[in-house]
Design a binder for this molecule. Structure first.
Ligand code: IPD
Ligand code: CA
Ligand code: CA
Length: 253
């Protein structure tokens, strides 16, 4: 399974790289005013889906762009063909292909590939997390003033009145610094390898986070919802090392 995942996610990333430089406004559509989708999102998801259906015809598939397909058996592939479509369309490198595999509702395999950055993250349940084939662990940062964190604003895309800006204004002054790269999947993997000390976001979907959450937990990180429970992503997502996760729950619940 892992070798299959690494093969299709890197080939999917190659499609992104080949098509990004030729994108035009004709390749762009809108799921809502700020929720972009490109022809490449659909091409990549179709490629991944074909590979899975060919190799594992008995498996189900949940793709961001095509929804639920295949069987309702115990195996379900969860695909975000391009996490960070806004970055992708604007010619920036902060986007990733994210693919996860659930067995009976538990994520057992996950991969996040940022092709423009040459960064491949993957994890298998109980077998550790890896960045470009090297084992990774979350940071050991303990004080907020020494922490660099990331967040996102899906809530603003949804036009929600209760949104992340109030949390942003309360938390960021307590940190060393904040980042907003445009891909929740990359943010989660950066927590897993210690490039970030923590991440939080609301209004994400399962395909944004399924793979990245496994990478974080297999790297020794803590993942919860805003209440410190496991109802993510619907009740928000917090990912951090074990020292800083309680602070974020305290600030966000
Ligand atoms: C988006 C990215 C972004 C996050 C948005 C997501 P998409 O994914 O992960 O960082 O803030 O909420 O929707 O839409 O580009 O696949
Ligand atoms: Ca996404
Ligand atoms: Ca997407």
């Amino acid at each position: 399974m892992l070798s299959f995942l690494k093969d299709i996610i890197t080939r999917a990333g190659d499609i992104c790289l080949a098509e990004q430089e030729h994108l035009t406004i004709d390749d762009l559509a809108f799921k809502s005013r700020k929720d972009l989708v490109t022809a490449t999102d659909k091409n990549v998801e179709a490629f991944i889906t074909r590979q899975i259906q060919s190799r594992f015809p008995a498996h189900g598939i949940l793709g961001e762009e095509s929804g639920r397909s295949g069987t309702t058996g115990e195996f379900l592939w969860i695909i975000d063909p391009i996490d960070g479509t806004t970055s992708f369309f604007h010619g920036q490198p902060y986007y990733a292909v994210s693919i996860a595999l659930e067995k009976a509702g538990e994520t057992i395999l996950g991969g996040v590939f940022a092709p423009a950055l040459g960064q491949l993250f993957y994890a298998q349940k109980d077998k550790g997390a890896f960045f470009n084939d090297r084992p990774i662990r979350v940071s050991d940062t303990r004080a907020m003033e020494n922490a660099v964190m990331a967040t996102g604003f899906a809530c603003l895309r949804a036009g929600l009145e209760h949104n992340n800006l109030v949390h942003f204004n309360r938390i960021v002054p307590r940190l060393r610094d904040i980042r907003r790269c445009g891909s929740a999947a990359i943010d989660l993997c950066y927590v897993a390898c210690g490039k970030l000390d923590g991440f939080w976001e609301m209004n994400l979907n399962v395909y944004d986070v399924a793979a990245g959450i496994l990478v974080v937990t297999e790297a020794g990180g803590t993942v919860s919802d805003f209440n410190g429970e496991t109802h993510f992503p619907e009740n928000g997502v917090i990912a951090a090392n074990q020292h800083l996760a309680p602070f974020l729950v305290d600030q966000l619940q």
